[in-house]
Write a protein that binds this ligand. Sequence first.
Ligand SMILES: [Zn+2]
Length: 447
Amino acid sequence: MLPGRTSKIEPFAIDHATIGTGDVDGTTLSDMSVVVNETGRIETIAPSDTIGIPAHYHRIDATGKYVAPGLINAHVHLFSDGRPLDPDRATPRAQKRLKSLLSTPGGRAVATSKARTNLTTLLRSGVTTVRTLGDIGYEAVALRRKVESGALLGPRILASGPMLAVPEGHGAPLVALTGEGPDESRRNAETNIDHGVNVLKIAATGGITDAQEPGEAGRPQMDVASMRAICDVAHADDMIVAAHAQSPEGVRAALEAGVDTIEHGAHLNEETLELFADNPHALRGYSALIPTMSAGLALTALPQELTGINDIQAASAKEITDGMIAGARNAHMHGVKVGVGTDSGMTFVTQYSTWRELYLLAHYAGFSAAEAFHAATQGNAEILGISRETGSITVGKSADLLVLDDDPARDLRTLASPKLVVTAGRPVWRPHVRHIESIDAPLDTKL
Ligand SMILES: [Zn+2]
């Protein structure tokens, strides 16, 4: 059993490292020591030749290495590992069958054990904070409690529980509670909050994975009043709301309702760009875009024989991914806050490839490497409302750190193989993950 997050840990110092700050301009600080105390927080940051470190602190010599803030993945699903999802299991009938199977005690145990494995993979790949956005039940809440109590070594978790959707809407019934109109939507939001979630997720439009006919993905599903009711409940509890939205109309409606993060996105015009930057109904007065390029590009850049998607999904993926990329590029250009989430667990989006989303933002949406790294650390922390806790190497913050071979603000690929991951002051030595070569190889060649 690991020591609890509230109990003491072995204090240590990482010496002679170059700090990759995660600042938007790619600032580095050379020959520095980062000292972590027994509460798992950063105690001191100073040049290695001037610092005095208590004798009982463990010392890690990081000469030639970089220390950077841990990654934050703002959009993950823990129910799958990225291997192709079978389109035949996405029909309403098949989803209903699977749902009742997973609602038995045995089914719940399977879901929790899968989620736990995927969470460990995320951590070992350098992700020290995740936001789940669509769970089968409350397995991510259970895992969050385990991490917080110290029973499980894992990343910080913001957990959504099931999504909130309209009847037969996106994600329903497998990973969504359904309701019609503001009253039922509010009740579903309250149900999730009663079960301990700390974020909410709305299905504002149809999606690619479970579209049963052409045009269903991206089609608006939940009305503004229902989404507003959900936002009101969440915001009263200081909780942010995410919305899956894959068309210009869907994005607009979600923004009008006061949703805090738009997931995936679409083509944006002047009006929607302004609504992102200044959104009177959002918790903090603005909304952010989380494009999830990994999920879209995997389905459009690779042949259907490989991804296993059907013709309806392939056609939807093409249209939606084009809009998503244009939206991300446009948002970035206009200074709208863009965060980083992969949609892990979706077809060909593994739990260990958060680094690839940064690479895709740089190669398809006009980000510099430093901007992409900033977005996945400081930027995401601000968007998720946790910047006082994490997102940068700052005295007093949680020690969520990576030791890397190179400067991530210049070489994003170095994030694919961290040498050491530290989560809330707890080190993961030799953080190896098991790769799925049949997924990595085609993505490496085609993207
Ligand atoms: Zn998702």
